[in-house]
Design a protein around this ligand. Structure first.
Ligand code: HSE
Length: 312
């Protein structure tokens, strides 16, 4: 294979109770990237559209990952990369993760698939470190594995793919402000009370059990975050208003997507999802802040191959 075009999905990390350990992939929003083999070794980025990102190979999350994998695999070719962002950096939808995970996946394909999904996740975590200073796994593993994932352990890295109940839909609103992950991590408590930890890990267990048994009530009762959301919600204008409007329209739960500012709501079925979409839209329309809003199924397969032939 000398050429590849892929779709790398946006992802919702944390999923309320599972800070840094739960995530899922979105089906309707993501980036497109192309990979072309070159005779000369090394990486170059020829085109970036949709966002103002660096072309510096060692600072761009995608090219840094491509470079690392080619070096580690001792490849005898190089890669020329194009990146077409379908959503903004700083949205809380795993923008750098889509780039890093897409880069790991695409490079692996051109190498003939020597690496496992877990190894690709480790490479993509390096891209997260390049982009935001911390090698977080929740977004990149959701993008690579698809569906819902649990980062069961960081050392050693262990990713558990969880089942996705078929009627689950996500509605997400992205207020057009930027929240930097680094800033959103600085507002977090350094210590938490044992009773709060008990509540939080019981909800993580409940959510995972609910995903396994397609028990939407249990999913709904478990989509609660008493630790991170209270600390971060002040960074997101009108967070409570959006959450209340989503719940009033029948959402199972709503919370901050990753480090924000995107707010997600999980819903059972298309009809409720449409009502939640309308309700959130109405709640945000008079705030004076521009926003983007979408409904999506949960992406089950992760990164998708769109083409293996360059368009003429
Ligand atoms: N789990 C991370 C956070 C996601 O909430 O800070 C952002 O990369």
């Amino acid at each position: 294979m000398d050429y590849l075009k892929i779709f790398a999905p946006a992802t919702v990390a944390n999923v309320s109770c599972g800070f840094d350990s739960l995530g899922f992939a979105v089906d309707s929003v993501g980036d497109e990237m192309t990979f072309t083999k070159t005779k000369e070794k090394g990486v170059k980025i020829t085109v970036i559209t949709g966002a103002d990102l660096t072309f510096d190979i060692d600072k761009n999350a995608a090219s840094a990952v491509v470079k690392k994998i080619l070096n580690d695999a001792n490849a005898n070719f190089g890669i020329s990369l194009t990146i077409h962002k379908g959503f903004s950096p700083g949205s809380g939808l795993g923008s750098s993760a889509a780039s890093a995970a897409g880069a790991a996946f695409g490079t692996n394909q051109l190498l003939g698939n020597p690496f496992t999904e877990l190894e690709l996740t480790k490479f993509a975590m390096f891209g997260e470190e390049v982009a935001c200073g911390t090698p977080i796994a929740d977004n990149v593993s959701a993008a690579i594995f698809g569906g819902f994932v649990l980062v069961r352990s960081y050392k050693p890295l262990e990713i558990i793919k969880l089942p996705v109940p078929s009627a689950l839909r996500v509605v997400a609103i992205h207020p057009q402000i930027e929240v930097k992950t680094k800033d959103a991590r600085e507002v977090l408590p350094k210590e938490i009370a044992l009773k709060d930890a008990v509540t939080q890990w019981a909800n993580v267990g409940g959510l995972i059990s609910g995903l396994h048994s397609s028990d939407y009530n249990l999913i709904s009762n478990s989509l609660v975050d008493i630790i991170v959301e209270p600390a971060r919600k002040n960074l997101i204008p009108f967070f409570d208003k959006v959450k209340e409007s989503a719940m009033a329209a029948g959402a199972l739960g709503a919370g901050i997507s990753g480090s924000g500012p995107t707010i997600f709501a999980l819903c059972k079925g298309d009809e409720i999802a449409k009502n939640v979409y309308k309700s959130i839209k109405k709640s945000y329309s008079n705030t004076g802040i521009n926003f983007e809003l979408f409904i999506s199924e949960i992406n089950q397969e992760g990164i998708k191959i769109l083409s293996t032939q360059p368009t003429k």
